[in-house]
Design a protein around this ligand. Structure first.
Ligand code: AMP
Ligand code: MN
Ligand code: MN
Ligand code: MN
Length: 283
């Protein structure tokens, strides 16, 4: 294939201060452009308030833009992230669904703070709050940044590994949106759904099969094949999954911060040429 769409350097997954990234949406747009990205999407967790400025800045600097979001979903008792791309960001059902998805975060943050106090780290809720650019979107990452600043851990990854990972002692599980709701909200707003970083989930092979089948039956389109959250062998593994299930393929750094992210914007290898890029029908 050598179509127009294949010539993009696409980065369709990253985070701003609207969720748990460290750069504002407009600074991220400029960073994407400077890194050689030609098709970009800002995919903050459960929140669209960065979309207007991201798309406006992208337009000003000559960067193709797709609206984006990363929705927190609970499926088979684990958290799965569904990226939505190319939707109408003012769609009332999507906006309301995301508001409900965010709603439990403040209380959950209090519970995480209580757990950390029990583990000998008091004041973490109050400490994490200033790290959250958007108080409705306080996340584990903000706690991790506070605990590093307070001197308990050398870096954010160490906090996740010791305390905040999904089965860690300070993690407070959440009941997020259902897979069906997330896919329906995105489709109802005219966009496409993508399973984010499938290599990160701790499902059995049987559960993975059920996840991919269910996602496909619900109208899900694509999976991330090349992402900053995958190892190089996983690029191949999930390319094979995309072929097997007939999914389109997406590519995104999942960039949050220069200090914390393994991969910067725009520095991933291209998708395997036989896979259909998820953006092909969107640009
Ligand atoms: P939350 O939505 O509050 O549960 O936080 C999820 C965010 O925490 C993810 O989007 C990542 O940015 C980060 N995160 C989750 N698990 C890990 C992990 N094991 N290592 C590093 N970061 C993680
Ligand atoms: Mn994140
Ligand atoms: Mn994610
Ligand atoms: Mn992400």
């Amino acid at each position: 294939m050598n179509t127009f769409a294949d010539t993009f350097c696409a980065d369709l997954h990253c985070h701003s201060t609207v969720s748990d990234g460290v750069f504002t949406p407009d600074d991220l747009a400029r960073r994407a452009k400077d890194s050689g990205v030609t098709l970009w999407s800002l995919t903050d967790h459960d929140e669209l308030s960065g979309q207007a400025i991201a798309s406006e800045t992208a337009r000003e600097i000559g960067l193709h833009y797709l609206t984006g979001v990363e929705i927190s979903v609970t499926w088979a008792n684990q958290t799965v992230h569904i990226v939505g791309l190319g939707f109408n960001p003012t769609d009332a059902t999507l906006v309301e669904g995301l508001r409900q998805t965010r709603a439990g975060r403040a209380q959950r943050a209090q519970r995480i703070g209580n757990r950390l106090a029990e583990l000998g780290m008091p004041g973490a809720f109050e400490g994490a709050l200033p790290f959250a650019g958007n108080p409705e979107l306080i996340s584990r990452t903000h706690f991790a940044r506070f605990l590093v600043q307070a001197g308990y851990f050398p870096n954010v990854q160490a906090v996740f590994d010791r305390l905040l990972k999904d089965d860690g002692p300070a993690h407070e599980p959440m009941q997020w949106a259902t897979l069906e709701s997330a896919v329906n909200w995105i489709r109802g707003a005219g966009g496409v759904s993508v399973i984010a970083h499938p290599g990160r989930y701790k499902y059995t092979p049987l559960q993975f099969g059920a996840l991919f089948d269910t996602f496909k039956d619900l109208g899900g389109c694509a999976i991330e094949v090349v992402t900053g959250s995958h190892s190089v062998p996983q690029f191949k593994e999930y390319a094979q999954v995309a072929r097997h299930y007939g999914f389109q393929a997406s590519c995104g750094s999942d960039f949050h911060s220069p200090e914390e992210s393994r991969i910067d914007l725009g520095s991933l290898p291209p998708l395997p040429v036989d896979l259909k890029p998820v953006w092909q029908d969107l640009v």
